[in-house]
Design a protein around this ligand. Structure first.
Ligand code: 0PR
Length: 387
């Protein structure tokens, strides 16, 4: 750090130099991200609550009520109004909390009788945050095979479940391909075996309910299925809030209770979150945008995203590219018959387009977030055809 400070003007001028190197969502060039431009209403609410700290909720009772209302609105959308949970930093933290709850439930149940390492059973398509959770919590992660449609294979699930399983994970909107696992069947299997089921709907949670409302035939995936113990939903993906905003929802309060830590000198118990000091701005932003959009507003966002998805998929097929499979949500994965996915991604990047490459199977992956407009896709197709 320098001894003397810079003037305000000089500081902001320098910051702009850094910012110029960043890409922007509004340019339409970011094609492989699950984040997008935050809505102005959410941004204003976020800014208005910058000083609130939900790590000490007794000081910020208004913000705490906003957090509770956000969790309840999401629960209502996802099949159960009286759920328990928190507005946190994103899907990784939510998945970590869910796995911690599941592990602690198993500790409570088995006590000292546990001798072998406990396991999380998750599809190969699950987000890498479960690897982090397994590592942090001292659990093994067992991979479940996928079926021909890249969803969890139920026979493989049955084979992987054992007496050491503390949690099964299903995904509603996989990161790479936007696929929805057969959560209803998974829920039945978990109920039969008395195993904790977590649904990672970080991406699909604020998308699938709205698409279903307008007639898309998508499978059940939420708390309406009795076996679902917890869900991850990220407002900073399809919910249009600023980063960082994720949510963890639990069916029953006991799942939070098993994570309770004594926080003696605080005005109110901090309860079970992993982080201590945490922003209340994400709760305010989520509350504001959900109230502002309503189900109708989010349905429009979801419909537009699917229209652009269809537009890209049709253009790709007409231009001779191969789709990995029919898009279920707003993600298109495709391959060229002439050039490998990684090489194509590099060539696209040279021309300013940032796509990502999926691993299973290798393919160019485009996420049609709300910042991607029809004109961007027309330009993108033009570039593709000239490679
Ligand atoms: N669960 C699912 C299904 C996800 O897709 C993701 C992230 C997570 C959990 C973890 O969420 P957080 O990253 O909020 O902790 N999915 C994106 C991914 O890994 C995140 C992302 C977003 C990556 C924007 C890049 C990017 O530009 O691809």
């Amino acid at each position: 750090m320098d001894k003397k400070g810079l003037s305000k003007g000089a500081v902001f001028e320098k910051l702009q130099e850094f910012k110029k190197k960043d890409l922007t969502y509004s340019s339409g060039k970011i094609l492989g991200s699950m984040c997008t431009c935050a809505h102005p209403v959410a941004i204003k609410a976020y800014n208005d609550f910058l000083e609130s700290n939900l790590g000490d909720p007794g000081l910020f009772k208004g913000t705490k009520s906003l957090e509770n209302e956000v969790i309840s609105m999401l629960g209502q959308l996802l099949g159960k109004k009286d759920v328990y949970g928190h507005v946190i930093t994103g899907g990784t933290e939510a998945n970590l909390m869910a796995m911690r709850a599941a592990r602690n439930m198993a500790f409570e149940f088995f006590g000292n009788n546990l001798t072998e390492k406990m396991e999380i059973v998750a599809p190969k398509s699950a987000h890498f945050s479960f690897k982090k959770a397994a590592d942090i919590l001292g659990l093994n992660l067992k991979d479940v095979e996928l079926d021909d449609e890249y969803c969890m294979d139920l026979d493989s699930l049955q084979e992987n479940i054992s007496k050491n399983t503390v949690a099964v994970v299903g995904v509603a909107g996989t990161t790479e391909l936007g696929k929805i696992d057969p959560i209803s069947e998974i829920s039945d299997i978990c109920m039969d075996s008395n195993i904790y089921l977590h649904v990672d709907a970080a991406f699909g949670g604020l998308l699938i309910p709205f698409l279903k409302e307008i007639g898309y035939k998508l499978p059940e995936f939420d708390f309406s299925l009795e076996g679902v113990c917890s869900m991850t939903v990220d407002p900073h993906k399809m919910g249009l809030t600023p980063i960082p905003t994720g949510c963890i929802l639990f069916r029953e309060e006991k799942y939070l209770d098993v994570m309770n830590i004594d926080t003696p000198y605080l005005t109110q118990k901090q309860q079970s979150t992993i982080v201590g000091t945490r922003t209340g701005a994400s709760s305010a932003a989520s509350w504001a945008i959900m109230k502002h959009m309503g189900r109708e507003g989010y349905t429009k966002i979801a419909t537009n995203a699917m229209e652009i998805t269809d537009f890209l998929a049709r253009n790709l097929v007409n231009a001779g590219y191969e789709l990995v499979s029919a898009p279920e949500l707003n993600i298109v994965a495709f391959n060229s018959k002439k050039i490998l996915a990684n090489d194509l991604a590099n060539k696209l990047e040279e021309k300013g387009w940032v796509v990502s490459v999926s691993s299973c199977p290798p393919a160019i992956r485009v996420v049609l977030m709300p910042h991607i407009k029809r004109e961007h896709i027309i330009d993108f197709m033009e570039t593709l055809k000239n490679i």
